[in-house]
Design a protein. Structure first.
Length: 394
């Protein structure tokens, strides 16, 4: 009996070690394999080669240096250098080409992350190290570390856009919110003795990145240190420009993200998103603090509305005030039940905690089909006009 017990005690740690090794190997394999999003690259290269290859010199340089990297330190240096350079070159290329095309940045980022996944040095790292490198590259290449506000303007405005999405429907899809972010980044405007500087960044259309706190990691320091005077989140919406008045806590959209992930949420079962593995805590509805009335006076090609329509489990409401929504369980905010609503909600939650009087809110741009230079340029022009209209209220 003792002998059997001794053998069992000896075998048990081995089983545990093998189990842990298999678990690690499985996790490791996940981050060294291309994602669904990255697998679309082959089709994109066939359908829009000039777009995908626009920033090719940066992509090639990164890949070449990845092949020479031997450890985590070298990879980290490459991620910082090339991630930051990709964003900067994308903005420069966007302005030089003047074609209102946001897609080169998106496809180049995917190519560079895919190349990093397949590099020998990356494959030898621990799962957590791999995860951190990809996260860092995402942040650098999305403009986080390019937010400077160094032009001496009276007021500082930050805007955020989104990547292209629904690419299985149309691989050529652009996103006018991302276009607006690239077009207005690092812009200095002086009007009637007041000056503003605009900085921007672009967020992923992926539920996991939101659940892991990307919005909070980027924006929390800027709000805490009082570096900005207005924050506007942008996304592609419907036919007009809509200022979304009441974002909702919960997800309810049936739409998948860019990884073809669905949350399982429905309009009958809206779900609370996560923040670092815990349910996001906040009221069922929050209210935008943008100066909507004056921003709606910005002239342009599109109508501008102050959208106050929301849906709760108790029914649909067009609210005149936030108090009207007290006690309701949210299904959709004014901006829906997808990530456009969620980025608005998360930024307002940060505002309430760190800068209660800061003007913060969400604008839905008109939608475009595929790529539309003319319509995107008109959208950018009117978004810029809306920001300028808001200057006296900042």
């Amino acid at each position: 009996m003792l002998k059997i017990k001794s053998i069992a005690m000896f075998i048990s740690p081995i089983i545990l070690m093998v189990s842990c090794s298999l678990s690690y190997a499985s996790s490791n394999a996940v981050l060294t394999q291309m994602t669904i999003e990255e697998m679309r690259l082959s089709k994109a290269k066939l359908k829009l080669p000039n777009v995908v290859n626009r920033l090719e010199s940066r992509v090639v340089s990164f890949k070449r240096q990845l092949e020479q990297a031997r450890n985590l330190t070298a990879l980290t240096q490459l991620v910082i250098r090339h991630g930051r350079a990709l964003w900067q070159e994308a903005v420069i290329s966007f302005n030089n080409n003047n074609d209102y095309d946001d897609r080169a940045l998106y496809w180049s980022r995917l190519q560079m992350v895919a190349d990093m996944r397949s590099s020998p040095a990356f494959g030898e790292l621990l799962f957590t190290q791999q995860e951190r490198l990809i996260w860092q590259f995402e942040l650098f290449s999305r403009g986080q570390h390019d937010i400077k506000f160094d032009k001496g303007a009276n007021k500082k405005v930050l805007i955020t856009g989104f990547d292209p999405f629904h690419l299985d429907n149309n691989i050529k899809q652009s996103n006018p919110s991302g276009v607006s972010a690239l077009a207005l980044d690092d812009l200095f405007v002086s009007v009637d003795g007041q000056s503003i500087e605009i900085e921007s960044l672009i967020l992923p259309v992926r539920f996991a990145d939101f659940d892991q706190g990307m919005v909070e990691e980027i924006l929390k320091p800027l709000l805490q240190k009082r570096h900005i005077d207005m924050l506007i989140t942008l996304s592609m919406g419907r036919s007009a420009i809509e200022l979304e008045r009441f974002p909702a806590l919960r997800r309810s959209s049936l739409a998948s993200d860019n990884l073809n992930i669905k949350t399982g949420a429905t309009k009958n079962n809206p779900l609370v998103p996560k923040l670092n593995a815990k349910p996001l805590k906040g009221a069922e509805f929050l209210e935008s603090s943008l100066p909507a009335e004056i921003m709606m006076q910005a002239k342009g090609a599109f109508e501008i509305s102050d959208n106050r329509k929301v849906t709760s489990l108790q029914g649909k409401v067009t609210a005149n005030s936030l108090s009207q929504l007290t006690g309701l369980i949210s299904v959709t905010g004014s901006g829906g039940g997808y990530l456009s609503n969620e980025v608005s909600y998360r930024t307002l939650l940060l505002r309430d905690k760190y800068r209660p009087v800061l003007p913060v809110g969400h604008i839905h741009t008109p939608s475009i089909k595929g790529f539309d230079k003319n319509k995107s340029s008109l959208i950018v022009k009117q978004i810029k006009a809306m920001i300028i209209k808001a200057i006296p209220k900042l």
